[in-house]
Design a protein around this ligand. Structure first.
Ligand SMILES: [Zn+2]
Length: 117
């Protein structure tokens, strides 16, 4: 099974043999049939809407973390928007020095409201 999403609190989403399996940290589990194309579509939809988009060009941008806070960033338009906190587990693998660098970069960009499609 390959894990596509791991929440810091232990919930996980796995994808294998065209089946998407969602498991809570308490062990409750649901499996639904889904092809790779469907999974990609789902990921694209979320990336482009739920996380917000650059209000200038509508692109999902790059995700940067400052500690447990996630930001969407458009380097072309030098803007950033807040996505949320502790939604992706990746931040835990990063070093504080990376967050300082991200924070320094964001301080040179304009803080905007991410647009939802
Ligand atoms: Zn942009």
């Amino acid at each position: 099974m390959s894990t596509v999403y791991q929440h810091p609190d232990g919930h996980s989403v796995d994808f294998t043999d065209n089946t998407l399996t969602v498991q809570s940290s308490e062990g409750a589990c649901v499996a639904i049939p889904m092809g790779v194309g469907g999974l990609r579509e789902l990921a694209n939809d979320f990336a482009e809407s739920e996380n917000g988009n650059c209000p200038e060009c509508g692109h999902a941008g790059q995700i940067l973390n400052v500690g447990r806070e996630h930001y969407g960033v458009c380097h072309e338009h030098k803007v950033f928007w807040h996505i949320g906190s502790n939604l992706f587990s990746g931040w835990q693998d990063e070093k504080p020095t990376e967050w300082y660098e991200n924070k320094a970069l964001l301080s040179t960009y304009r803080h905007v409201e991410g647009s939802k499609k």
